[in-house]
Design a protein around this ligand. Structure first.
Ligand code: ZN
Ligand code: ZN
Length: 435
């Protein structure tokens, strides 16, 4: 009887606290014999843009919190754990440096809904073990190692070996193609029995990147030749740095302006050069693009043809919305959306309707296009990645994708890997026993 109970205690359990059948709010609790590691603790936003938290976990029950990358859907709820607790946190240094800037912005916009303050973030930061790619740390019998995920600066895949010898690879958000700023995701040289994988684009493939980049350059040059302005609304982390590097490298004669929080983020990119693919190239780009400093400069740059890369990426607010209001009525201008556009976002509305009534923009004459410059792996890339671990793999847990994308990915994985592997598409609150 006793032996049986002890064996029961040895089972590893994965509890999905967030990110089940949804894009965002990633939070997976890996539990074994009353010891746990929490993989990410992010937020999501509902259709009214109100933050949605993951399921509660007691900080005292966590041996360590691992943050895969700086996006709020992976770290936005983590400071909650530091109101009453102080678990060790593990991340790369750029992850928490970038996360701090995003958290300041998040709290400014959502203080009504969020109960922690910046001091809890700082407490987390000061409780951190910072790892570089390929480095590991052992906490409470869990061995935790980070690998490059290629998604944004500092983004990591997390490999955990439990005290009882279970081996889990959590991909976080990952990108398998090399970009202008980052190296592609690694294939960690490990033998996981369980993979927890994102499925943002689990049902789709992206068009070849070089064709998308060619299209972007054509549109930009065509607009400038017509005497127009190109507005590129872009997320301040990652996409802005990627687009400015891409454009400057291929067309150094362009006048490129950067506006929004991306200036501070770009400074962090420069501070963490070893996490970049080509830091010399990036430094050169930063020296040769112009950062918009104030309102008078904003007005001035609109007087001649140029490229403006500005946050927010979905035109939710910030300088990109300001510029849209200035340029939308002139058919010589172009708006190039290069980020994911959530349903109900302003970016989605102008693409679908050609107007934005809430902002008194009733007829957009400027050209509007959307280009797929995603920083997430597409379906075939995910399947190829997982297939490399066929020899050791027993369980696949699909998260961070809506049910349709996750189900499509599941079918593709089943077709490639056969019937012997367990594939789960858990909902939030589900617990998966790993045997
Ligand atoms: Zn994410
Ligand atoms: Zn992300």
């Amino acid at each position: 009887m006793l032996i049986h109970r002890e064996l029961d205690g040895d089972l590893m359990e994965l509890r999905i606290l967030g990110g089940g059948r949804e894009v965002g709010r990633s939070a997976v609790l890996l539990k074994e014999s009353n010891r746990s590691v929490l993989l990410d603790y992010g937020v999501n936003f509902d259709e009214k843009d109100i933050p949605q938290l993951p399921i509660h976990v007691r900080p005292i029950d966590i041996s360590a919190l691992v943050i895969s990358h700086a996006h709020l859907d992976h770290v936005g709820a983590a400071p909650y754990l530091y109101i009453t607790g102080s678990p060790k946190s593990i991340a790369t240094r750029p992850t928490l440096d970038v996360a701090k800037l995003l958290t300041v912005d998040f709290l400014r916009l959502n203080s009504y809904y969020i109960d922690y303050e910046l001091r809890e973030f700082d407490k987390m930061y000061n409780n951190s073990v910072f790892l570089n790619y390929g480095e590991s740390v052992e906490i409470d019998g869990f061995n935790i190692k980070l690998f490059n995920a290629g998604h944004i600066i500092g983004s990591s895949m997390v490999y955990v070996e439990t005290p009882q010898g279970e081996r889990v690879l959590y991909t976080g958000d990952f990108n398998t193609i090399q970009t202008w700023t980052l190296s592609s995701a690694e294939t960690p040289p490990v033998e996981p029995s369980t993979i927890i994988i994102e499925s943002t684009y689990g049902g789709r493939n992206h068009p070849p990147r070089h064709l998308v980049e060619k299209k972007l350059l054509e549109v930009v040059e065509d607009t400038i030749d017509r005497g127009g302005i190109v507005l590129i609304p872009a997320f301040s982390v990652g996409r802005t740095q990627e687009v400015m590097t891409m454009l400057y490298t291929q067309a150094p004669y362009l006048d490129i302006y950067i506006d929004g929080m991306s200036r501070d983020i770009t400074d962090l990119y420069l501070r963490h050069k070893k996490f970049l693919r080509d830091s010399d190239l990036f430094s050169k780009v930063v020296e040769n693009v112009d950062f918009v400093k104030d309102v008078s400069m904003r007005k001035k740059i609109l007087k001649k043809p140029c490229v403006i890369i500005a946050s927010a990426g979905m035109l939710k607010g910030g300088p990109s919305l300001y510029y849209l209001k200035q340029i939308y009525s002139d058919p010589r201008n172009t708006v190039v959306l290069v980020s994911y556009q959530a349903v109900n976002s302003n970016g989605h509305k102008i693409l679908e309707q050609g107007k934005l009534e809430e902002q008194s923009i009733d007829q957009i004459s400027a050209r509007i296009i959307w280009l797929d410059l995603s920083s997430h792996a597409g379906r075939d890339e995910i399947v190829k990645f997982v297939s490399r671990y066929k020899g050791s793999l027993r369980n696949i847990v699909i998260i961070h994708g809506n049910l349709e994308e996750a189900s499509d990915l599941s079918s593709s994985l089943r077709g490639k890997l056969g019937e012997d592997i367990n594939i789960h598409i858990p909902s939030n609150g589900d617990a998966i026993n790993i045997e």
